[in-house]
Each structure stands twice: as C-alpha cells, then as structure tokens.
Design a protein around this ligand. Structure first.
Ligand code: SD4
Length: 330
C-alpha cells in the first residue's frame, strides 16, 4: 500500500487529530453496523480442520436446535477427542517420546472469554476442561498436574489415553528412531473448529495431542490463544493445524483475524498467514501448516503449505469436505 493511502486508512494516521464530527460519524457507522447485524439473518455454520464429519455433524446438530456457538464447538470437537481412531486428538492420541499422551486444548467465546489447558494427562475431553477454566476460574490457562487436579475437582474421570495401537506404534518408533521428535510425522487431524449460531455469534475451539513423539513437556500452538485459535465476534475467527512452532512464531490465528478486520476475505487472510510463515522459513525442510477462517458473514477460507489438507463445512446447505488451496514449495 502506498504511504499516502496507508496514512489515510490507518487509525494511527488520524490519532490525535480526530475531530468531534468524525467521531460522531464513526459512532453512527458503528450503530448502523450493529443494526444491520441484527437485521441481517446470519445462518448457523460450522467449519473444522480436516475431514471430521462426525464432529461437524455434531456441532451442526447443536446449532440446528438453536444451541449456542460455544456449546456447538465444544460438543463438536469432543467427538474427535473420544474417537480412538483419531491419533492426533484426545483418547488414542500418539504419545510423547516417553510414552505419555499429553493433551493441549483451548476454547474462545463471543465475548472473548477464553480457557486453555496444556500438557493435560489422563483426561479425554481436554476442551471441556478448558471451558471449565474459562467459566469457573479467573484464569485463562492451566498446565499439567494443576490442570489434571482441577479436572478431577470438576468431576472429570481419570482414563488411560494410550491405546494399544498408539503404544505399539510408539514402541516401534522408539526402536528405530534417533529418539528425537519428528517434525513431519503423520500427525494430521488436530481439530480446530469455528461456529456461528442463530444469533450470529461466534465461538471456536482447538484440541490436540500435539506432535507425535515430542519431547516431554512440549506445547504447540493449539492451546495458545492467538496462535492455534482466535475469535473476535466483531470480525471472525481462525484456527490452525500443522507444525505448531511455526504458528506460534507468527501468532497465526490472531494475524488472520486482524487481516480480516482490515478487509481481507477469509481466503485471502489464510493465504497471507501461510505466506508470512513461508517467508520466515526459506531454508527449512518441508513442513505442514494449514489455516481455516470464517468471518461474521459466514464466508470461509482455508490455505495450506502442502496439498492434502481439507476442511469440512456444515451449514443449512448440507456438509462438504473441501480440499483447500495449497502452496506447493518449489
Ligand atoms: C501442534 N498444531 O501441537 C499441533 C499439531 C497438529 O495436526 O496440528 N497436528 O503443533
């Protein structure tokens, strides 16, 4: 953008010289926006990373009955947490290099309340613990033993999350590997989900068992508000999947929401988010990052560094699994 236009468009450019009539007209605009949001009927919609049909169908069921975006997103991602065949989330997730399954999750509501748990063990529904952190404590994030203890106090049951399948794969990996975390392992299927309910309000959640065979204690992007997930009910939401370290470094989901605030479509914003990551990684080996985003109008977008990423949408039009556009590295 040319400097002249930048100054014209930026708040900083007008700060300090803002006049009363201008303020009044901003207020008018704000009110008109509120009124039009109230009169425009935004239709409920769910989007989620990867081909997670059961999860989006569940979230849709909640929304279709008039449930809140927050309930929908929680109950939606819980489907993946409970599914032992998804080895990237909840029960059945692949362990760290020491054989411990450790979960990261976060949730964010229409009022920008948020909750998160990191390095949570022995509890399947990390997202529900995150919601309890959000609703029942003055904090945003609980970690490890503290998070686990808190969960028991809230009535969550202790469970063994390491399934025989994940255990055998880990033992096999431990035999042959250099005992280092693997960056590009088949760790797809972390679920990030965004919803809009019949009031036009948004919520989001993200839950994962993280990178397979990671160093014990490693946390990725998924439970970090702004990195793995961000929702601003005035603008839209975004969530990420892939190598979390790269998403954290660019505060990826927050960036995408801010780009939408500046007028980019969800698709354009996701593409720019990926471009920012690529720009910082010119000499790095291959890795995967995928973003999905949705704005307040229910427009969606997705972009991934590699082909093979898809996202699922469930709305009144039914459900689709859409391959995302991808940037293929040269
Ligand atoms: C992480 N972003 O822990 C997660 C992993 C992931 O599909 O998305 N896997 O870095």
């Amino acid at each position: 953008m040319k400097r002249r236009n930048f100054i014209k468009n930026s708040a900083a450019g007008t700060a300090g010289i803002i006049s009363a009539p201008l303020l009044a007209s901003c207020e008018d605009k704000k009110n008109t926006a509120k009124e039009s949001a109230a009169t425009t009927s935004v239709k409920p919609i769910v989007i989620a990373t990867w081909d997670v049909e059961n999860a989006t169908a569940k979230a849709w069921e909640v929304l279709n009955k008039g449930g809140s975006a927050l309930d929908a997103v929680e109950q939606g991602v819980m489907m993946e947490e409970a599914d032992v065949n998804n080895q990237s989330v909840g029960k059945g997730g692949r362990p760290d290099r020491d054989g411990n399954v450790t979960l990261d999750a976060c949730i964010m509501d229409k009022d920008s309340n948020c909750g998160a748990v990191v390095y949570l063990q022995n509890i399947t529904h990390a997202v529900s613990v995150a919601r309890k952190v959000m609703e029942d404590t003055p904090h945003v994030m609980l970690a490890g033993k503290g998070a686990e203890q808190f969960a028991y106090e809230k009535g969550f049951q202790k469970e063994n999350l390491l399934t025989e399948k994940s255990k055998q794969e880990w033992l096999e990996w431990a035999k042959t590997s250099k005992y280092e975390p693997i960056i590009n392992i088949e760790n797809h299927d972390t679920i990030g989900m965004l919803t809009i309910d019949s009031n036009g309000d948004m919520a989001g959640a993200c839950t994962t068992s993280g990178m397979a065979y990671k160093i014990g204690g490693r946390i990725g992007d998924s439970p970090i508000i702004g990195a793995g997930l961000f929702v601003d009910n005035e603008v839209g939401g975004a969530t990420a999947t892939g190598v979390g370290e790269e998403v954290v470094r660019t505060v990826g989901s927050f960036l995408i929401v801010e780009l939408m605030r500046q007028g980019k479509s969800p698709q354009e914003a996701c593409e720019e988010g990926v471009r920012r990551i690529l720009a910082k990684n010119k000499n790095k080996p291959d890795f995967q990052i995928g973003f999905i985003a949705m704005n307040k109008k229910g427009e969606t977008g997705a972009y991934c560094i590699h082909p093979g990423f898809s996202y699922r949408v469930f709305s009144e039009l039914g459900h689709t699994n859409t391959p995302s556009n991808s940037h293929i590295k040269a």
